[in-house]
Design a binder for this molecule. Sequence first.
Ligand code: HEM
Ligand SMILES: [Ca+2]
Ligand SMILES: [Ca+2]
Length: 349
Amino acid sequence: MSVPYSFSSSSSFVALSIYSLLIILDKAAFCLAKPIKTARPNRQFSVDYYAKSCPQLEQLVASVTAQQFQEAPVSGPATIRLFFHDCFVEGCDASILIKSKPGSKMLAERDAEDNKDLREEGFETIRKAKALVESKCPGVVSCADILAIAARDYVHLAGGPYYKVKKGRWDGKVSMASRVSSNIPQANFTVDQQLKLFNSKGLSLEDLVVLSGAHTLGFAHCQHFVSRLYDFRGSKQPDPAIDPKLLRALRMYCPHYGGNIDIVAPFDVTTPFSFDHAYYGNLESKLGLLASDQALFLDPRTKPLVQSLAKDKQKFFQAFALAMEKMGSTGVKRGRKHGEKRKDCSMHI
Ligand code: HEM
Ligand SMILES: [Ca+2]
Ligand SMILES: [Ca+2]
């Protein structure tokens, strides 16, 4: 089993109840529709939101994602995770892309501890896509929408499902490092802890299991699983739920203390660069990398879901597309009161 992967670049994603959101929006639309009378198409959240203002948007983003995928395939996992970390903090509003002001004490989200290992390739993809989109459709398209489209593109490029992305998100005006840790799950989270967080975003137990399937791609640094290898939950023993061969291999690259902090291991030891349903089969074989991954097979509430997704790739693909849409609708902002349209995604206007 070959486990070592080390990348020179150092290198982390969100959601709300689509239903409650729709109800609130419906109400708002209903209240607004009467007195204003004229329909305001830019207030919707829809697949053809930019049909008039930037009809070539999806092709522009696709040209960037396709090239990045070829040149640096880790851009895929990097961007998908970036979208997750965006949506879970302040909603899908590109708050994750804001850079802290030099010298300012108030750090932005991307400088929070839990976002430190978000790979540069994800930010770079959005920067390039935004620059191209701005050159053709200046001042029209939000960074948050570009991030949602790019994440979908990479899922598809890596062999996963293609799904249509609803647009109309505005960029957020708030990005605070202090809001991150309570909204991003940790690698040692139990199913209860993961579920509580996902529920707080309007996402279900099934969404949790299905979205965790994104770990069919990408890599994690030793620090996130090293305690499983040597001293699991204070037992001074390795986690009994790790396959012995995987344990041995991971221990070679991740010593208990003093290892190279840049070493990463693939989530999916079989196909780390293809988007498939191997993640779930791995969990059945005790090949999950994080405690939070393996927990999904150990908990009686989530185990049956893992088993059914391990058996049925099409089922996973359909469920993943739906769950990404749901996550992508979390805390979406519309209009100038709560949102902005940035020119440079890394700076508020
Ligand atoms: C359910 C709880 C989750 C936990 C505890 C978790 C935790 C983590 C951790 C610790 C890493 C490794 C970061 C590093 O060391 O560089 C990671 C990577 C990743 N996560 Fe998650 N994650 C979760 C859910 C998700 C979701 C919902 C998605 C997307 C829909 C996602 C997508 C990814 C991807 C693609 C990577 C690989 C990034 C790369 O290789 O650059 N994760 N996650
Ligand atoms: Ca956000
Ligand atoms: Ca895979």
